[in-house]
Design a protein around this ligand. Structure first.
Ligand SMILES: [Zn+2]
Length: 210
């Protein structure tokens, strides 16, 4: 089973705040713009203690449930998990970036463990989709930005196919994607075929303003 390595790293959090503040070349889009105004925090000694416990809870959860989760992602994307190791850092900022080249992503430090798990599944799925299907989508004519939008949009299948079974909070979608997701949901329910969903998403995005 692939491993998830969690790291509590003040520097990574500070770097993420820099991303949010500069808002340039964001790899992943802003999740919560209103948080931009929040003062940059450093993890206090107390916060470090809390996060350490939080980290242990997540490690325990994935030790127990990781294989079910990874298997579900494999089933949904029709591909084996592409790497043996994922790296995760905590952030107090409202932006959750991911980096395909390092199999790395950030999760919200201040959310409940259950919400964090939903974010982890969301990000694992992003990386898996990017690894196997980004080239295909670009070849089919999507821009890099449109591919990022597609990768956000197709996460809707996590809620219906996986999160509810695990008793986890729903995956959040961006308001600007709501209409497209509704349309694609109707399509997905018919035969739950990921490749078909991708093709449909590509053509839908091309016709949209995204
Ligand atoms: Zn996302």
């Amino acid at each position: 089973m692939p491993k998830i390595i969690f790291k509590i790293d003040k520097n990574q959090d500070a770097k993420n705040w820099q991303r949010v503040t500069n808002m340039v070349n964001l790899p992943h889009g802003l999740i919560n713009v209103k948080n931009n105004q929040k003062k940059i925090k450093n993890f206090s000694a107390e916060e470090m203690k809390r996060l350490e416990k939080n980290k242990q809870r997540l490690e325990k959860y994935f030790k127990k449930n990781g294989s079910v989760i990874f298997l579900s992602i494999e089933k949904l994307t029709k591909k084996p998990i592409y790497t043996n190791t994922f790296h995760v850092s905590f952030t107090t900022a409202g932006l959750m970036p991911y980096d395909i080249s390092d199999s790395w992503f950030m999760i919200p430090a201040e959310k409940s463990t259950k919400k964090q798990i939903t974010v982890i599944i969301h990000e694992l799925y992003h990386l898996q989709v990017a690894h196997y299907y980004m080239k295909y989508c670009l070849m089919k004519g999507l821009s890099q930005k449109q591919f990022s939008e597609l990768n956000e949009i197709v996460t809707f299948i996590l809620t219906v196919s996986m999160l509810h079974k695990l008793n986890l909070p729903k995956d959040k979608s961006y308001p600007k994607h709501k209409k497209l997701i509704k349309e694609l949901q109707r399509f997905w329910i018919k035969d739950k075929n990921f490749e078909k969903l991708l093709d449909k998403s590509i053509s839908t995005i091309k016709l949209s303003n995204l």
